[in-house]
Design a binder for this molecule. Structure first.
Ligand SMILES: [Zn+2]
Length: 363
């Protein structure tokens, strides 16, 4: 199947076989609009230089995608999406990272507090207790490696394993803390306050965090209305459009049609202990950094509760979300009023993300 671009999404959907086309329309509303403007003569040379083509600026194709089930959405601008991905090396960033070597995370047992149940140690990481918590159980997975971008599949797999072991230790301490979240804010663009490589883990009680609970309820509503598993259908739609990312193991991944911000990739697996999901995540993250040139990113593991609860999580998979937060050299935040209050504005093309990762990860 030839690779298409997000600006051709509407036409692409119409070429799908009947069943997939109906399913895509069930899950997604796609609207295409053209934004027009007039460039004065005095600006033409500059616009041609900056954007490559005056015509493409004068007529801009905008694609709006809305997930009808979850009401996640994104606005893609074809002009921005057509720009090449930046994979350059930033010498200033490397210098800034090495300047902070010797921080408290470089000696975690002296420089960080520990949880009331102690620390979890892995081959490449150790846990600390977060000093300024946002939940009763809030830990940090401190990586042995100071440089947060020195990621290998083996190390990443260890960080996640340590996080899962932390969640089991929490559950022994408080059997009500069943809702586990693993997140990762890499560098300041992504909200990371400490440069040294680390991820965070929380465990909460009495229901999962609202965004995850919203997704669970949306999927339940979908199952009630259509008698079908939302997550299976979500994957099927992305796969039929050419947005899936192949993995040798059982895990499934795709570049999202409604990314929360740039180049969002979603992975689906069976359960938190699913080794194939962990391996797929470790590989895709390493590729994200090495091949796509991501420097600052966020990760979240959406997992069903770790012990039985009252509400129905039976159809909820283990889901990993990964998003690029752009260049740490850029002072402009990638998140403004649109992202907070309306819908994300996205420059990257999910078809290009899937194509790049697919070529990198091909067995
Ligand atoms: Zn350090």
């Amino acid at each position: 199947m030839s690779r298409c671009s997000i600006t051709q999404l509407k036409e692409r959907i119409e070429t799908l076989p009947d069943e997939e086309r109906v399913l895509t329309h069930r899950l997604f509303a796609v609207d295409t609009a053209t934004g027009r403007l007039v460039i004065p003569g005095s600006m033409r040379a500059w616009v041609g230089e900056a954007f490559g083509s005056v015509e493409e600026v004068e007529e801009q194709r905008i694609v709006r995608v809305t997930n009808r089930i979850t009401l996640e959405g994104a606005l893609f601008n074809g002009l921005r999406a057509s720009r090449p991905l930046d994979t350059g090396v930033d010498a200033n960033l490397e210098a800034e990272i090495s300047r902070t070597t010797g921080d408290p995370f470089c000696q975690p047992e002296k420089g960080t507090p520990e949880d009331i149940f102690g620390r979890v140690r892995g081959a490449h990481s150790i846990t600390a207790s977060n000093i300024a918590k946002y939940d009763a159980f809030h830990g940090v997975i401190v990586f042995d490696e100071h440089d947060p971008l020195l990621l290998t599949p083996e190390r990443v797999d260890d960080y996640v394993s340590v996080g899962l072991e932390w969640s089991r230790r929490v559950l022994e301490t408080d059997p009500d803390a069943r809702y586990f979240l693993l997140i990762w804010n890499c560098l300041w663009r992504a909200g990371g306050s400490i440069i040294h490589g680390h991820a965070q883990v929380t465990a909460t009680r009495h229901g999962h965090y609202p965004k995850i609970e919203h997704l669970r309820r949306s999927a339940l509503g979908y199952a009630a209305e259509y008698g079908s598993n939302y997550f299976e259908d979500l994957y099927r739609v992305h796969d039929s459009l050419g947005l899936s990312i192949p993995f040798p193991s059982g895990a499934r991944g795709f570049a999202s049609l409604t990314p929360v911000k740039e180049r969002e990739v979603i992975l689906l697996g069976r359960d938190p202990e699913d080794g194939s999901l962990r391996r797929a995540f470790a590989r895709v993250l390493a590729a994200f950094v090495e091949d796509l040139g991501a420097k600052s990113f966020n990760v979240a593991f959406y997992l069903p509760p770790l012990a039985p609860v009252e509400e129905d999580w039976s159809s909820f998979p283990a889901m990993v979300r990964l998003v690029d937060r752009g260049s740490p050299a850029n002072r402009t935040s990638d998140i403004g009023a649109m992202e907070l209050y309306a819908a994300p504005v996205v420059a990257s093309d999910p078809f290009e993300v899937a194509g790049r990762l697919g070529r990198t990860l091909a067995p």
